[in-house]
Every structure is written in C-alpha cells, then in structure tokens.
Write a protein that binds this ligand. Structure first.
Ligand SMILES: [Mg+2]
Length: 170
C-alpha cells in the first residue's frame, strides 16, 4: 500500500553510495535534492562533503542537476559557489513530477540511466518513483528540525515501517 513511497535503495549519506552502485546500475545522470541531502538545511553554501560527492560524480562521468523545492535565491547561491556551470531547478514542487522530467530532458537523460537522490519520502522518493527512475534515499543530514518537519518524519516512519532496505552488494 505504501510501496510508491519506498526508495529503491537507502544509504546513510551520499558519500556512502559507492562508485560500484553508479557503475553497475549504468547511471549516467543524477537528479539531486540539496537540503539535508547534500548540505544541512541551514547551510547556504556547499561544504566539503558536498564538494567531495559532486566531484566523485564528475569523476564517474555522471552529469547532474539540482531539483529543489526551495526558492531561487537559496538554490542559485548554492550553485554559484560550485565550480562549473551547474544546472538547477528551484520551486520544483516535488512530489509533482513535471520538473523532474524537465530536468531529465535538459540532461538528455532517460529512465534507464538516471538516479534521483534525496532525503524525503513524500517529496523526493515519491516523485522519483512516479518519474520511473531509480530512487535513492539518504538520512537527513540535520537531526534538529522544525516541529513541522518532525511531524513529517513521524509520518515517514509510519509509511516505511515495513520497508526493507535493499542492501547494495558490491
Ligand atoms: Mg531535502
């Protein structure tokens, strides 16, 4: 009943996703959430971990785009501080799927070679599943969140109660 909310894979954090995951799944493109996936919600700028992860994608020849529900100023500032011309979509309104499809068209990606990585069940995972692409969930970086997010996380726990994370085998 809740399967549409189940991520294909779950990792603790983005840096825990091994190169083999991308290689064996034939991933050429990545659609990425920013807040609490790459950096804490409260970090306006990319930090060392985010840079390391993005460099790894780059080294693997994976093109990526950010698709965030956050507003333009936040997303643009984050991307401006990264090297290169990084494409992004703000106000994405996930779990609506059209901006993810739009992002995939911009990348030249298709369903078979694209991964989505995000930290939220009802926006990220649900949207990625609806788009028909591989969905990866990471644990939110920031433990301390607002009461609204706390309630959302409680709902996520209910929905994922019977979810058994597929283990990635090298
Ligand atoms: Mg997020």
């Amino acid at each position: 009943m809740y399967k549409k909310f189940y991520p294909d894979y779950k990792f603790n954090k983005v840096l825990d996703i091994p190169d083999s995951f991308f290689l064996k799944n034939d991933i050429k493109f990545a659609v990425l959430d920013i807040d609490n996936t790459l950096v804490p919600y409260t970090s306006p700028l990319p930090d060392e971990n985010a840079r390391l992860f993005l460099k790894r994608l780059d080294d693997l020849g994976i093109s990526f785009i950010f698709v965030s529900n956050n507003h333009e100023e936040r997303v643009r500032l984050f991307c401006d501080k990264l090297d290169g011309n990084i494409d992004f979509i703000f106000d994405a309104r996930k779990p609506f799927v059209y901006k993810i499809k739009h992002a995939m068209r911009r990348l030249g990606a298709d369903k078979t070679n694209t991964v989505f990585i995000g930290d939220q069940v009802f926006t990220d995972v649900y949207a990625a599943n609806r788009a028909g692409i591989l969905s990866v969930m990471v644990n939110p970086i920031e433990a301390k969140e607002t009461p609204f997010f706390g309630a959302k996380r409680a709902m996520e726990r209910v929905v994922l109660k019977n979810y058994k994370a597929k283990e990635w085998k090298e």
